[in-house]
Design a protein around this ligand. Structure first.
Ligand code: NDP
Ligand code: BG6
Length: 510
């Protein structure tokens, strides 16, 4: 049984408002690949919401660029049609005046000269953006090198000038070597303080809260170590499949798609030491130290540390869905993993002997991203004589989504004459209307020049260094299990249970 004793701590709205938003400096946003899905589905809706909430700087405009031939009017129409219902189109026409479009060819610097370098100055002058420019790479990664080179040759990269920034979308490379090459290409033209590598998980409200929660409360940090914590489970379960992204996902698989970035970032934030200052570089230094301390997965005992799987047909939320191999664009005999579970150890004083179990998969029973810290059982259970059944140890659940918030699972006496314990949840849920969406947060922080929520070069390098040998070994010696090995709408492959079970533990139910 579980009850919620009504411990809802809803923060005072004015406190949240007061500490939440700094209106950034005027700037322009130049989006490459502006005819694409990311721009329509994520970027423009996010900027539009910021505009409606009056969080954009007074001087602001967007220049969309791409190979597609269209004029600014057509660009505005295209985007208007995509504004989701929750975005409410009440001030769309006012917003649309800030949108412009020009056609360029990514590998042709002369088209950048005429259609970007030649177009920006008059727009900047009339908007008063003072030369602050953000270049947002919203194309497939294969085009990044051409764009960066054309920016340089067209004189748009701006040397070491931090008023010019470049935003790089994921995936950031497909292995250690390609990530290093991409970093080298970017850093030949831009400095690290101009580079914003996106991991949209870092911009989720609860992910940002991990550090506040850990380091602004004296209650938890003394317990946050091997002495009191039994193990940590990090879950990013999705009920959706691969949508229309087979071309990308077939190459990537879940380890590249979710672990190299989102899962390892969650791990780093959960396990890091307190930085001396809450600044981008101090926080990123501490995250890097965690990744440096993760013990490389032993490739000769891979199956004790990694389980992968692929979904077959099944029922998700009452709907019958296809198996992965039946999705449009996947190969009939594809062995691309859509699920992975990983056991990792962190070799440092704080975490020695505490396993971190990570799992992520598509087409699972429910959509749930959470970090579950399970504490050790009490040293002596004096109630065990009077009670039957297992008494669950305390757990602290950081709910990333849905229902962003924090739950503390504790034991309490069940009211009544019998001696009986019951689990009770102390629950904090974020008020819905105050959170910025991940892309709103990312865009605002980039405009403000705050790199805290963006991944630094060494963060990318370290996570690929851990994962690349594992992916290569899995690709070289695929599991003997027949695929698909889990039904859509299930908890994942049965084999995944063995990972914690080998240590006498089990996954939390999805
Ligand atoms: P799209 O496939 O929609 O491509 C965006 C635009 O890039 C296209 O409209 C096209 O514009 C141009 N483009 C596409 N393919 C090529 C090519 N082979 N050569 C040159 N130009 C090309 O991608 P998305 O918008 O979905 O994603 C953009 C980036 O964002 C990717 O790196 C993706 O991984 C990342 N991302 C996307 C998410 C999403 O929800 N869509 C979520 C997270 C990350 P034009 O022809 O006009 O030049
Ligand atoms: C993206 C992955 O980075 O994150 C997708 O490419 C995944 O495959 C998505 O579905 C999950 O993000 P969110 O915010 O919906 O949890």
């Amino acid at each position: 049984m579980s009850i919620d004793p009504g411990f809802h701590d809803v923060p005072r709205m004015e406190t949240l408002q007061a500490c939440r938003i700094d209106i950034p400096r005027p700037c322009c946003l130049v989006i490459f690949g502006a005819s694409g899905d990311l721009t329509r589905q994520k970027l423009i809706p996010a900027v539009y919401r910021l505009f409606r909430q009056k969080f954009l700087p007074p001087g602001f405009f967007i220049l969309g660029v791409g190979r597609t031939e269209m004029d600014s009017e057509r660009f505005r129409e295209l985007l208007h049609g995509e504004i989701p219902p929750d975005c409410n189109g009440d001030c769309w026409y006012e917003f649309a005046a800030l949108l412009h479009y020009r056609t360029v060819s990514y590998g042709a610097p002369e088209s950048f000269r005429s259609n970007i370098a030649g177009v920006l100055p008059p727009l900047e002058q009339s908007a008063g953006t003072g030369g602050n420019r953000i270049f947002y790479l919203a194309t497939p990664p294969g085009v990044y090198e051409d764009i960066i080179s054309s920016l340089r040759l067209a004189g748009l990269a701006g040397g070491s000038d931090s008023s010019v920034k470049i935003v790089v979308e994921k995936p950031f490379g497909s292995d250690l070597e390609s990530a290093r090459r991409l970093n080298a290409i970017i850093l030949e033209v831009f400095r690290e303080n101009q580079v914003y590598r996106i991991d949209h998980y870092l911009a989720k409200e609860t992910v940002q809260n991990i550090l506040m929660f850990r380091f602004a409360n004296s209650l938890f940090e003394p317990l946050w170590n091997r002495r009191y914590i039994d193990h940590v489970q990090i879950t990013a379960a999705e009920s959706i499949g691969i949508e229309r992204r087979a071309g990308y996902f077939e190459q990537a698989g879940v380890l590249r798609d979710m672990f190299q970035n989102h899962m390892f970032q969650l791990l780093a934030l959960t396990a890091m030491e307190p930085p001396s200052l809450f600044t981008a570089n101090r926080v990123r230094d501490e995250k890097a130290k965690v990744l440096q301390s993760v013990r490389p997965v032993p490739l000769d005992r891979l199956d004790e540390h990694v389980v992968t799987g692929q979904y077959g047909r099944g029922t998700v939320n009452g709907m019958e869905v296809k198996g992965y191999r039946e999705e449009e664009g996947t190969a009939p005999g594809s062995s691309t993993p859509t699920y992975a579970a990983l056991k990792l150890w962190i070799d440092n004083w704080r975490w020695n002997g505490v396993p971190f179990y990570l799992r992520s998969g598509k087409r699972l029973k429910s959509r749930r991203t959470e970090i579950a810290i399970t504490f050790r059982p009490v040293p002596h259970m004096m109630f065990s004589r009077d009670m039957s059944g297992r008494i669950e140890p305390n757990a602290l659940i950081l709910r990333v989504q849905p229902g962003e918030g924090i739950t503390m699972e504790i034991q309490a006496k069940n009211p009544g004459s019998r001696m009986c314990l019951m689990p009770v949840n102390l629950d904090f849920t974020y008020p819905r209307d105050v959170a910025l969406s991940d892309y709103e947060r990312v865009l605002l922080d980039c405009m403000e020049g705050d790199q805290m929520l963006f991944v630094r070069e060494d963060g990318v390098d370290l996570s690929w260094a851990l994962l690349t040998p594992v992916i290569e070994a899995l690709e070289k010696f695929p599991s003997a299990r027949a695929l698909p090995d889990y039904e859509a709408g299930s908890e994942g492959p049965a084999a995944a249970a063995a990972l914690p079970a080998r240590d006498g533990r089990r996954w939390r139910p999805l």
